[in-house]
Ligand binder design. Sequence first.
Ligand SMILES: C[S@@+](CC[C@H](N)C(=O)[O-])C[C@H]1O[C@@H](n2cnc3c(N)ncnc32)[C@H](O)[C@@H]1O
Length: 230
Amino acid sequence: MISSSIPLEKTCNDCINSDYCYWKNGTTPDETVCYYEEHPEFKDKNDKLNLKNKIKFSRIFSMPNSSTFEIAPIRNFVKKYLNNSKISIDPFARNQEFATYTNDLDPDTKAKYHLPAEEFLIKLKNDNIKADLIIFDPPYSPRQISECYKNIGKKCNMEDTQSGKLYSKIKNLINDLLEPQGHVLSFGWNSVGMGRKYNYLTEEILLVCHGGAHNDTICLSERKVLNQIF
Ligand SMILES: C[S@@+](CC[C@H](N)C(=O)[O-])C[C@H]1O[C@@H](n2cnc3c(N)ncnc32)[C@H](O)[C@@H]1O
């Protein structure tokens, strides 16, 4: 924490920890917005972003499982964030009942709703639901999407299997439903997450190696920040 006169141990709403907060002369201890842009140690914009975007990173081995949250380190990762959450949403829940609102297209799963994820999220939005945690664990590839449809005896067209299109529609709705400072947990084969487009700060990445020729599962935690950071 850099401070010209007031030593404050707290963290403002936008920095990950108090090391990045810059409390200027005259800033009251109640102030919740720091002046990190004016931090004297930032030489340029990239420097500021690199310092600010310090990501907690870990890599661990665990056997693969098609139910993502049955993989112990991933389950612990999700539970850690759920413990601090009041209202959570999981649009691709399968049999996981952790979240407040659960959905899965497959009617044979334990989810409360069985709608296409987009319809489910639009319904929550129309009901004025706001969450502080949203889980994004969709099918990871076009092939997985078509397998899901096949399992439930539904036909899918070319558009349904385009994972990029599905992700983009779902992320828009996730952003609408998430409160400022809320978290999105994303799982898959890349670390794109919500990203710069929506002004999310990556706070933690857990890389789970499954051995053999399996893809890793990349687990990402991002926070929706208030000020424009990119
Ligand atoms: C990666 S799995 C989720 C696994 C779950 N998180 C777990 O730990 O068991 C993706 C799930 O999304 C469901 N799904 C696929 N397409 C969907 C869609 N368009 N809308 C809602 N659910 C969908 C599948 O039935 C599948 O259960």
